[in-house]
Design a protein around this ligand. Structure first.
Ligand SMILES: *[C@@H]1O[C@H](CO)[C@@H](O)[C@H](O)[C@H]1NC(C)=O
Ligand SMILES: *[C@@H]1O[C@H](CO)[C@@H](O)[C@H](O)[C@H]1NC(C)=O
Ligand SMILES: *[C@@H]1O[C@H](CO)[C@@H](O)[C@H](O)[C@H]1NC(C)=O
Length: 116
């Protein structure tokens, strides 16, 4: 436990020394309002969108992005290429995005990103 705390502190220090670069994707609700999801470029996160309206999703610059109907990035997915937009994306309840070929972290929460 103490060891992992030390490791965490060390990682945090390294993160400060090397500013993290983010990879982003935009989600739009039915009224066209945009919310930008950001993930550390060197990692992959699963983001829960169950409570967030996703009329449209735009992958700005994520190397890899997968759309799921489950809320925890499990089961079948649909790939969304970098620079591509998916319309009629209301069925999407989670997305996994970031670096390719690494396991995703999370989701840790399931907010309505348009309402917080
Ligand atoms: C879209 O999001 C905005 C906040 O950004 C909110 O006020 C509005 O009610 C939302 N519209 C729908 C249809 O969810
Ligand atoms: C990726 O996530 C792990 C676990 O949260 C973290 O320890 C690591 O520092 C992250 N990588 C980068 C480059 O920030
Ligand atoms: C994934 O898709 C296949 C083929 O459409 C289907 O048979 C299977 O039940 C699906 N699995 C899940 C977990 O949705």
């Amino acid at each position: 436990m103490v060891k992992s705390l030390v490791l965490f502190a060390l990682c945090a220090a390294v993160a400060v020394a090397n500013p993290v670069v983010y990879t982003r994707a935009d989600v739009f609700n039915n009224s066209g309002k945009k919310y930008t999801l950001s993930v550390d470029k060197d990692n992959r996160s699963c983001i829960c969108l169950k409570n967030t309206q996703t009329a449209k999703i735009f992958n700005r610059d994520a190397a890899d992005m997968k759309l799921f109907s489950t809320s925890d990035c499990t089961g079948n997915y649909s790939q969304l290429e970098r620079g591509a937009t998916r319309n009629n994306a209301q069925w999407v309840n989670s997305v996994s995005m970031g670096k390719s070929g690494v396991p995703s972290i999370g989701p840790y929460e399931c907010p309505n990103y348009f309402n917080r």
